[in-house]
Design a protein around this ligand. Structure first.
Ligand code: SGN
Ligand code: CA
Length: 523
């Protein structure tokens, strides 16, 4: 089956006869043959680009996710607007920055009466669904079908809420979420309509619990320590003040599963208790597989009894192993979905997006978690495969507020003026993109929970980054990313940088006005 793209209607013209059809007023087929493109939006929670081989193959191969990149676009400068789950999701649904959409931190509740792209697609005749992690507190609106995890959700035998009704499901979250998505694609939707499916995995969120079949992977793998693992945070008081250090804050029982049967290993009391309760959701077969793996690791840990730097580095390795095991399951399950689309002939009329709600630290600066405007958490993977569309790398600065206008334009919906993002559709088609965007705006609000990252806003141009930490501190940071990719050297207020800082500040103020955040100017 061949297809071509109608630039005016945004509709994909399908030719079942196998010949390309003429786009733009020249579409010769009968009306019923013209079908708007389906949208499959796959998003993981906390998936770092460092652990996705389309971006970085030092640690893991992700052959299935890479299929999306191989046949589509890899965005090399893809960023979020606020590097934390709920806010990120709200930015994506609305195409607006956090203050404008009202969901600034994970304690917010999403105002579901506001405009979102699923609602606008629904009005355009799309069948819409969200399956997996939702995390916006209020019930989903704008979906024909929703089957969501409660809050963060559980890795084992998770409870979902399907269209308002709670159902506990047996199995491992990534498999179960995929089963539900496939079931909806196969039997749940009205197949006379184009679909928009938001498939949201909870994996690989903390505490990185692998599927039982993946427990023994990576056991002997050694990982090079990131260059900045022993960062001393000089000149960066907000980085100094965080509580997301692998060495100091990652818990050996809760995060790293050292709940020994003899009850000799002790850690932070609250976290240790939670770590020991990890079993409570597992059935006996799951527990047996878990013990068969971790009991040996626990025994070795006790025998070696690492301390100091050895302990910090042991934690880093153990964290990497579990995280990569969880990614292995994500990749395998995405393969199942792609195989289904292929088998059903849906590949030729479905836009496929792969992304994460933010990036994640894999030991850089000594950290796990996200939140900071530094590169590893400000960035997020973005792979897009559009049938008949462009392939290769896109280096433009794009942000998660751009997804909503992209999907709307693709579906032939006029993009509402109050949306902050810019449609990426020209890029997907390999055309010129000229949104006149010189910088991206970022604003993170949540403090002091849970990792003590100070609230901050800032901008990033191709070369520079300017950040202002506020709240209980008033600290500006500026980085020259060309000469300091690890963001270790805060050049704000240093000799010869005044002019750059002034120009960045004036751009920052312009963006704060543009996005309705005047109240934060110089706050
Ligand atoms: C939980 C995690 C935190 C994490 C937040 C936000 N703790 O609270 O480590 O930063 O989620 O993550 S946990 O003990 O519950 O795992 S987010 O991606 O959902 O925003
Ligand atoms: Ca997240």
């Amino acid at each position: 089956m061949r297809n071509s793209y109608d630039k005016v209607t945004g509709l994909l013209c399908l030719s079942l006869a196998g010949t390309a059809v003429m786009p733009l007023g020249g579409c010769q087929q009968k009306k019923e043959e013209i079908k708007p493109m389906n949208i499959l939006y796959i998003m993981c929670d906390d998936h770092s680009y460092q652990t996705l081989s389309a971006y970085d193959n030092r640690f893991i191969n992700t052959p299935n996710i890479d299929r999306i990149a191989a046949d589509g676009l890899r965005f090399t400068n893809s960023f979020v607007a606020n590097s934390i789950s709920g806010p990120s999701r709200a930015c994506m649904l609305t195409g607006k920055h956090s203050l404008a959409n009202g969901f600034t931190d994970n304690k917010s509740s999403f105002d579901g009466s506001q405009q979102t792209y699923p609602k606008l697609l629904q009005a355009q005749g799309y069948e819409t669904a969200v399956i997996g992690k939702w995390h916006l507190t209020s019930e989903p609106t704008g979906f024909n079908h929703w089957d969501i995890l409660i809050g963060q959700g559980d890795y084992y035998n998770p409870t979902f809420i399907r269209n308002g009704e709670k159902v506990q499901r047996k199995g491992y979250a990534t498999n179960v979420t995929t089963d539900l998505a496939l079931e909806w694609l196969e039997n749940g939707r009205d197949s006379s309509k184009p679909f928009c499916l938001l498939l949201h995995h909870k994996a690989p969120h903390r505490t990185w619990m692998p599927d039982t079949c993946d427990l023994d992977l990576f056991s002997d793998a050694e990982f090079p320590l990131p260059e900045t693992f022993y960062d001393n945070y000089e000149g960066r008081p907000a980085a100094q003040g965080q509580r997301m250090s692998i060495d100091k804050d990652m818990d050996i029982v809760y995060d790293l599963k050292m709940a020994d049967k003899e009850n000799e290993i002790h850690s932070n009391p609250g976290l240790e208790q939670a770590g020991r309760a990890i079993y409570s959701r597992m059935d006996s077969a799951q527990k047996a597989a878990w013990d068969a793996h971790y009991d040996k690791v626990i025994a070795k840990f006790k025998a070696d009894a690492p301390t100091g730097k050895q302990l910090a580095e042991w934690k880093y390795r153990q964290y990497m192993r579990d995280y990569l095991r969880v990614i292995t399951s994500v990749d395998r399950n995405i393969g199942r979905v792609l195989d289904y689309l292929e088998a059903e002939g849906l590949m030729d009329n479905t836009l496929i997006v792969y992304t994460s709600d933010q990036g994640f630290y894999m030991g850089e600066h000594g950290w796990f978690d996200k939140r900071f405007m530094y590169e590893q958490s400000f960035r997020t993977p973005l792979l897009v495969r559009m049938p008949g569309g462009a392939k290769g790398d896109v280096d433009e600065l794009v942000q998660n507020i751009d997804y909503a206008p992209t999907f709307l334009e693709l579906a032939g919906v006029d993009v509402p003026e109050d949306i902050h993002g810019v449609s990426l559709l020209p890029l997907l088609k390999g055309e010129k993109w000229s949104p006149n965007r010189k910088a991206l705006y970022y604003h993170y609000y949540e403090f002091p929970d849970e990792h003590a990252v100070r609230p901050h806003y800032g901008i990033r141009t191709e070369r520079y980054k300017l950040i202002h930490f506020y709240g209980d501190m008033d600290v500006w940071e500026m980085y020259d990313l060309e000469n300091d990719k690890n963001e270790l050297n805060n050049i704000y207020n240093t000799e010869g940088t005044q002019q750059i800082a002034d120009s960045l500040k004036s751009m920052l103020h312009e963006l704060q006005v543009l996005y309705g955040e005047e109240e934060y100017i110089e706050k």
